[in-house]
Design a protein around this ligand. Sequence first.
Ligand SMILES: [Zn+2]
Ligand SMILES: [Zn+2]
Length: 334
Amino acid sequence: MTAPSFGPVHRAGDCHLARRRRCEHGVRQGCGRTHLDADPLVGQPLCADCYDYPGHVLWNAMAPALWKAFRDNLYHHLAARAGVGRSEVRTLVRVSAAKVAEYQKRGAVHFHAIVRLDGPDGPTTPPPTWATGDRLSEAVRSAAAAVALPCPESAAYSGGPLGFGGQLDVHPLVYGGGERIPDDAVAAYVAKYTSKSVEAAGAVDRRIESLAEIQALQVSPHVRALIATAWRLGGLPELRHLRLRTWAHMLGYRGHCLTKTRAYSTTYGQLRTARAEHARGLYTDWDDAAVAERAWRFVGTGHTPAEALIAAGVAEDLATNREVARAERMEEGP
Ligand SMILES: [Zn+2]
Ligand SMILES: [Zn+2]
């Protein structure tokens, strides 16, 4: 499950799909080149002025709540598909899930999740016969599409409801014979998919203490803008509950990278081991804890201090624009 678009970014492969279109700043919406996956340009905005930095940071900050909304929806959507009541469904089936949060190259969190239906008492009881893999797949799609949480209210920014983007892959995890896949195999599956983007994210692995520190970070202008936006939004009293300054280095996301429902019998230990084993082939100097908890580490690209300052001012500019607009409205009267 991914975030929606916050603005056009360079894409891996052909980056010229919308090349003829230009934004209001005169920037083409594709660069015309073909990017390899490893190209540091992939995920960088085509126009930083157009990019919705506050929306991006707030989405990351709300990602745990979006996931929770998805899980609640999932019960409701299963109930609707099975023709049982919303309260009844929780007495018939239990949704068990393990998920891993990772960062796409653009710095938005996305989730890899394993979702399983158990009987009402968890994995020791079989799910009802109507709780089929197909029904679960359908319910996952519609439950994710239905997530819409209000954007946190702020004088500096007003965005529409927050939900998941259209990019959602659902695959059934069953052996040919239909028997249940062992938990360590599930852990290995998660590890395989999550370590794909291990080096693709873009942030730093320690807390940020000051705005000045942000300007000195060895990160891309895009990541710097995200961190600075989180820092600035974090200074707004109405957004204090999101603790954006504490989590600025995580680009606003304050959830855990690995979470699971209690009934999910794959343990953190199994996931950690599987991920560590998978990553070890690539990153020999990483210890297991670092792989599991901070699997996304960014090695920066070049930039100029001026770019950083422009990027860092994005949220402030938005706040100023809104204040000006509000003052104008006040002058005009009702
Ligand atoms: Zn490009
Ligand atoms: Zn633009």
